[in-house]
Design a binder for this molecule. Structure first.
Ligand code: BGC
Ligand code: CA
Length: 332
């Protein structure tokens, strides 16, 4: 009885020292993805900066250990611990149904990000949102920067056979960005009139180390015959750079290398000439949007929600980066 009175005297707004609290649960697909980690750090910063005198914001970040089942369990624990909004970066974007079911039962809105559930899944409940980009746009932009560079630099065609011998490094199979970036970067280069000759496509799961291994093998196979490396992201492009650094070839024998994301280390590589371009994946903007939506959902407001495409999609715009504008991005 005493405990009950004590507990109740601690809640409600009569006590100015008691703050209202928003609990945001963030679950990424893995622990070791630099792009995702940079975006999550920004999200935490943004949420913290939105705290007010009378509202505390508590953010817990966990990861799904590359296992959808493990991620489902983590989400369940977060719901049990009492979170108000979930931000989910799915392990397998094709099977969000368990998370959707749990969220709906407990009435916890979900903002999916970066790994896009298919449309039918997102339409399962009105409190499901998606913050991400248009994958096709990044592929087109990567193809455009590469085509522009090749047209301006005939020496890219090292053996002067009129064709550009290329290698493509792919992210995880089944990821919307892998599929569209692979497709549209190559299509765009061809549409721009670049004659391509495919040497090899290699999956390297977004990962720098895996890409370095794949590239090292390709270098021993094709020697200095690779003229262009198109990578689905910067981490893998940097893996290719690393493989060439360790190879017997001097930089003038290297291929041109293009990535996507605009991570700091890739921007540095564009600046130093080890990479020729990237496409900025605006993690700051996506993180800010997730923070704004989380707060709005909690407060029952609709300013940002009203601007979403179909009431649920936020589509961040990619930007082209090459040596002409890389300094603008390095200042970020
Ligand atoms: C990024 C990759 C990242 C992946 C994770 C992509 O949008 O470009 O760097 O590894 O998302 O899902
Ligand atoms: Ca050639």
């Amino acid at each position: 009885m005493i405990l009950l009175i004590f507990t109740c005297s601690g809640c409600g707004n009569r006590h100015p020292e008691m703050k209202e609290a928003l609990h945001v649960g963030v679950v990424t697909y893995t622990q070791g993805d630099p792009f995702i980690n940079a975006m999550t750090d920004k999200l935490k910063e943004n949420l913290k900066s939105m705290e007010t005198e009378d509202m505390k914001i508590i953010v817990s970040v966990k990861n799904g250990k590359d296992d959808q089942q493990a991620q489902n369990e983590t989400v369940e624990e977060m719901i049990d611990a009492g979170c108000d909004v979930l931000c989910i970066n799915l392990v397998d974007r094709t099977v969000p149904s368990r998370i959707i079911k749990l969220a709906k039962q407990n009435h916890i809105p979900v903002i999916f990000f970066n790994r896009e559930p298919v449309r039918e899944d997102l339409l399962q409940w009105e409190e499901l949102y998606y913050v991400g980009c248009d994958a096709e746009q990044s592929g087109i932009m990567e193809g455009e920067i590469a085509a522009d560079y090749i047209k301006d630099h005939p020496e890219v065609d090292k053996n002067q056979d009129g064709k550009i011998q290329y290698v493509l490094l792919e992210g995880e199979a089944g990821h919307q960005d892998t599929i569209s970036r692979t497709d549209y970067s190559v299509k765009t280069l061809i549409e721009e009139g670049v004659q391509l000759e495919k040497l090899s496509y290699q999956f390297a799961d977004w990962n720098r180390g895996q890409a370095e291994n794949r590239m090292t093998r390709l270098i021993s196979q094709y020697e200095d015959g690779i003229e262009l490396v198109i990578s689905n992201n910067d981490e893998m492009a940097l893996g290719a750079v690393e493989a060439y650094r360790k190879s017997e070839y001097v930089p003038s024998k290297w291929p041109v290398i293009f990535g996507i994301d605009g991570l700091d280390s890739a921007l540095e590589a564009v600046k130093s000439g080890e990479m020729q371009g990237t496409v900025y994946n605006d993690k700051e903007e996506q993180a800010l949007e997730m923070a704004r939506l989380s707060l709005e959902i909690f407060r029952g407001e609709n300013v940002y929600r009203n601007q979403l495409k179909e009431g649920r999609y936020y589509v961040s715009q990619y930007q082209r980066v090459d040596s002409s504008n890389v300094d603008d991005f390095l200042k970020h």
